[in-house]
Ligand binder design. Structure first.
Ligand SMILES: *Cc1c(COP(=O)(O)O)cnc(C)c1O
Length: 380
């Protein structure tokens, strides 16, 4: 059944990109690419102009996250997925505990489970649509969970597990779809890592991490132990966090980065800071999210998927639709009208819309989005 619905021009958002990552890239970022591109694209990342770009990103993020003393910003190629393997290689000493409550939080735990030199990880599993933090466990030296589970639209608290410091355990938080959109006190973490194609509206392929002195010391110790005679552990050079950090300190990456990604990221970090930093960005996302949740709660065919209102994400909003309304058809009709990437996470398999409301998205466009969905549902 392919019903064509033409949404009236007057209802359409100015920009129809509502993806949960890749997400909307602001026109100013693309202009920065055109401008900066003339001098930066196609030039060496080991020379001053590109290094200045990386320096600006590191300084901008330090200010955005109000970096505590001794914390540092590292970066490298491969995205958050690469950071999971890097953490398995360079950060977890022997055994990690994970909160798993969706696709992304589970993937990291699977990496740890597959690492032959680590002990079987301890999993604290939560149902999709809820979160579950890992609990204090004997013998665990790293606790990990996701600030925002992008597959379900759930956000979890970011605070140290009581007793974990006495254990000398580190806290690794996946901030990929949260960083830049949700408030965070990074002093509650030892590694708060993310990719730039979500709230930072750049392209993918890069990871960034806010590292504590404790995480840095841990990586040094783990990598040292792997170099000892007879060690069973292998730290592939590409997954060495100490190498990544040594390069970051020189405003470089271990291997060649996408300069375009850096240009767009730098522009976004500057834009966020100029507008008021974390307070501004998180208030803007909260506003957009509340427009969607409020609309769904008033609607007679839609409702928020996450029942605990405190766990409802302010960056990735999931809305269940009544069985009488096919989300797939709604998403298809929206796409034909230029409103894209609003499908639920495939593997979650629900009759659901999933809407990315990162800082780049205008709250007025979110309002328009709700009217467009109403229009489509009426006319399908
Ligand atoms: C998107 C996402 C990832 C994966 O990021 P890549 O850059 O594709 O590796 C990991 N964790 C979360 C929470 C995400 O949203």
């Amino acid at each position: 059944m392919t019903n064509i619905v033409n949404i009236p021009e007057s209802l359409l958002p100015e920009d129809g990109r509502f993806g949960s990552g890749p997400s909307k890239i602001r026109p100013a970022q693309v202009e920065a690419l055109e401008r900066g591109g003339r001098t930066l694209l196609g030039t060496s990342h080991r020379q001053a102009p590109v290094k200045a770009l990386v320096a600006s990103i590191r300084e901008g993020l330090s200010s955005f996250f109000r970096l505590p003393d001794g914390y540092e910003i590292a970066l490298g190629n491969g995205g958050a997925s690469a950071f999971w393997d890097m953490a398995c290689a360079s950060l977890i000493s022997r055994k990690a505990a994970f909160g798993t409550y969706g696709s992304f939080s589970t993937k990291f735990s699977a990496s740890a489970a597959g690492a032959p030199f680590l002990e079987e990880p301890v999993l604290f599993k939560g149902e999709p649509g809820t979160y579950r933090l890992p609990e204090l466990t004997e013998g665990v030296d790293a606790y990990a969970w996701a600030h925002n589970e992008t597959s379900t639209g759930v956000s979890a608290p970011v605070r140290r597990i009581p007793g974990s410091e006495e254990q000398d355990a580190i806290v690794l938080v996946d901030g990929t779809s949260a960083a830049g959109a949700l408030p965070v006190d990074v002093s509650q973490t030892d590694a708060y890592y993310f990719s730039p194609q979500k709230a930072f509206g750049s392209d993918g392929g890069l990871w960034l991490a806010v590292l504590s002195p404790r995480a840095i010391a841990r990586a040094e110790a783990v990598e040292h132990s792997a170099r000892l005679e007879g060690a069973r552990r292998w730290v592939p050079p590409f997954l060495s966090l100490t190498s990544a950090l040594a390069n970051a300190r020189k405003d470089q990456t271990l291997n060649t980065p996408s300069v375009a990604t850096l240009v767009m990221l730098e522009n976004q970090v500057r834009w966020l800071n100029e507008n008021g930093g974390m307070d501004w960005a998180t208030a803007r996302c909260a506003k957009s999210a509340s427009i969607l949740y409020g609309w769904a709660e008033r609607s007679d065919y839609a409702k928020p998927f996450v029942t605990d209102s405190d766990a409802r994400s302010h960056s990735v909003v999931t809305i269940d639709l009544d069985d009488a309304v096919s989300a797939q058809q709604v998403v298809g009709a929206l796409r034909e009208n230029g409103i894209v990437d609003t499908a639920g996470y495939r593997k979650l398999g629900r009759n659901q819309l999933r809407v990315g409301v990162f800082p780049s998205v205008e709250p007025a466009d979110v309002e328009a989005f709700t009217q467009c969905v109403d229009y489509v549902v009426e006319h399908l």
